[in-house]
Ligand binder design. Structure first.
Ligand code: ATP
Ligand code: MG
Length: 216
């Protein structure tokens, strides 16, 4: 792939990746990324909107350029946040391992990559492409809401993953967890308010482009 992001990965030692469909991006994503940045002393968090998510069919997802633009709008004011187009530009399905490999190849040998996900996504990790390759290259930060039963998740994961891998999954308690893109899309379809669930710039973009009006 010829595409290169504008930001430089060489000068940072601790980098976070926040992958997602971001359809649309909301304060759950942003609070999680910012909390991870601050708690884990990350120098940069790179948001990576997926191009063609393997788990979601194309007709059901908003055009990738629009999801990318919403991610840029939502992250523009945070000096630690960047948005990568690698998955948008890469043909075929988007797999985390391809992105992780690409970032790692551009980072210094001794720098560390942290993959930030919601705890719901962490359980699905066992179904992701090249799980061994992922655990080889990064540490996972699993965002949970206050009161989330982490022990139950650990037990479930232990049946599917080696213990060395489990040690590379670090929980992070995050507020504002009840927000989801699914709920926001539904609210818009039903003419209900989404104010304060996502940045105003993103909300305006959604109305201007008439996103989420039709039921798929
Ligand atoms: P959808 O409802 O369409 O599945 P979503 O809100 O889960 O969307 P995604 O783009 O699928 O958003 O999620 C990207 C990443 O952000 C995933 O790792 C997911 O677990 C995490 N995430 C989603 N919502 C939250 C939230 N409220 N707080 C923390 N993490 C979240
Ligand atoms: Mg989701």
């Amino acid at each position: 792939m010829d595409y290169h992001d504008l930001f430089d990965l060489k000068k940072n030692k601790r980098i976070g990746i926040m992958g997602g469909t971001f359809d649309p991006i909301h304060y759950g994503h942003l609070v999680t990324a910012e909390t991870a940045r601050s708690e884990f002393a990350l120098e940069k968090v790179i948001f990576v909107p997926s191009g063609n998510p393997p788990h979601k069919s194309e007709a059901m997802v908003t055009r990738k350029e629009q999801r990318y633009l919403m991610t840029v709008l939502a992250t523009a004011a945070n000096p630690y946040f960047e948005v990568s187009r690698v998955e948008i530009e890469r043909p075929g399905q988007s797999y985390a391992i391809d992105t992780v490999r690409e970032f790692k190849s551009k980072m210094d040998e001794d720098s560390e990559l942290y993959f930030i996900t919601g705890a719901d996504a962490i359980f699905e990790i066992v179904t992701w492409k090249d799980v061994d390759g992922l655990f080889d290259r990064c540490t996972f930060i699993a965002a949970t809401r206050p009161g989330f039963n982490l022990d139950a998740l650990r037990e479930k994961l232990l049946k599917r993953l080696p213990i060395e891998y489990l040690k590379k999954i670090i929980p992070l308690e995050v507020p504002a967890m009840a927000i989801s893109s699914t709920d926001i899309r539904q609210r818009i379809r039903n003419n209900r308010t989404v104010k304060y669930l996502l940045p105003e710039e993103v909300e305006n973009f959604i109305y201007k482009n008439k996103l989420y009006r039709v039921d798929h």
